[in-house]
Design a binder for this molecule. Structure first.
Ligand SMILES: [Zn+2]
Length: 88
């Protein structure tokens, strides 16, 4: 991994921290492909958002609380408003 990637990842980590999420804990359970986001040129804040949605989606599925209206929706079951795809 390059120094640039490490810098980028540390910016992602700050953004994840600001969501009151613990990156290590979530990554351990449901690894999100940050390297791919880096290679695709995703900005750190957007990568953190994507990871956040991905982790919640996995968590909701694991506890059987995933939205049933749309398979790709990361919001909890019976949420209000429109569905939000995890990979948006
Ligand atoms: Zn939904």
């Amino acid at each position: 991994m390059t120094a640039d990637y490490q810098t980028w990842l540390s910016d992602v980590r700050s953004a994840v921290d600001s969501m009151n999420m613990r990156m290590e804990t979530w990554q351990e359970r449901w690894p999100f492909d940050f390297e791919r986001e880096y290679r695709n040129g995703t900005v750190p804040d957007a990568a953190a958002e994507k990871a956040n949605r991905y982790w919640w989606h996995e968590q909701n599925k694991a506890i059987n609380q995933n939205c049933l209206k749309m398979p790709n929706c990361w919001l909890p079951r019976n949420h209000r408003g429109d569905c939000q795809p995890v990979n948006n």
